[in-house]
Design a protein. Structure first.
Length: 281
């Protein structure tokens, strides 16, 4: 069915759908695996949100490639869990701050699967500091290289493979919208990711490639106990309206939506699974 509209007018409201040319589409998508035949590359795919997204994609029929730093035990467990859905799962350990590794990872996906349809840029690091005076130049550069530069490197390597209908999904954060006084550099990278997502969506729209983001709130992932003190971890997530931290499997459905036909009219957008915080999106 064509989406091209022709000149027409109806003389009364609310109007007749039967008289419209072309008729609006209204049928739900076919049932069954929504990502069958697709290949997804997920950075930070070994654990946390990345693991939950990988398994949700596997459940929907996608084949997977998981990029991670050096958490081999977590990655192998994610691979085993994904394979239980009958899918293939390629593990790609390496440092996403290295543009050459990003190129090598994408090439490995092509050699294994022959295609790439979904790129999820999810890997990130954070280092709490009480004051901007405590953020060293080395920390600032490392945080930006991990959280932002890697997205440029990975997308630049993947773009020649992405066809019309492909999806790029970036992980932002609620801190991009409400700030975080103890995560100054991390919040700054997440704000950059929002602007990057919106800008890249405009650039790639004419190619039919959709670019969106997810901005999670306080989600219980390995990044939390590796970032904060035991006392802070015990209170983690208690300050949001729902009164608790979210779980990775409560965030993964947002990534599924953005990867499927359900988001065919969404690009440059950010979804907010954040426990009820009201943000200016």
């Amino acid at each position: 069915m064509s989406d091209t509209l022709v000149p027409q007018h109806q003389s009364h409201q609310p109007g007749s759908e039967a008289a419209m040319d072309p008729a609006p589409r209204y049928a739900p998508p076919p049932t069954g695996p929504q990502l069958a035949g697709k290949v997804a590359l997920i950075s930070g795919g070994d654990s946390g949100i990345g693991r939950a997204v990988a398994l949700a994609y596997a459940q929907q029929g996608a084949r997977l490639a998981l990029v991670y730093l050096d958490e081999h035990e977590d990655a192998r467990q994610t691979q085993r869990l994904a394979q239980q859905y009958g899918t293939e799962c390629l593990l790609l350990p390496g440092d996403i701050t290295d543009p050459d590794f990003c190129t090598t990872a994408v090439q490995a996906v092509v050699e294994k699967f022959g295609q790439l349809d979904i790129l999820v840029n999810n890997a990130a690091q954070q280092y709490p500091q009480a004051s901007i005076e405590d953020i060293s130049p080395q920390q600032l550069e490392h945080t930006f290289r991990t959280n932002v530069f890697s997205m440029f490197y990975m997308i630049r390597a993947a773009l020649p493979l992405l066809q019309s209908g492909a999806r790029i999904i970036n992980t932002a954060s609620v801190t991009a919208y409400r700030g975080s006084k103890h995560l100054l550099d991390y919040a700054a990278t997440k704000g950059a990711i929002v602007a990057f997502t919106r800008s890249l969506a405009l650039q790639l729209a004419e190619r039919g490639i959709h670019v969106n983001a997810v901005a999670p709130g306080p989600i219980w992932t390995p990044l939390i106990p590796s970032s904060f003190s035991a006392e802070e971890v015990a209170k983690f997530g208690s300050n949001v309206p729902l009164g608790r931290p979210g779980q990775p499997d409560e965030v993964a459905p947002a990534y599924v939506l953005l990867a499927t036909q359900g988001a065919s009219y969404m690009t440059g957008q950010v979804l907010h699974p954040n426990g009820g915080e009201i943000v200016n999106s």
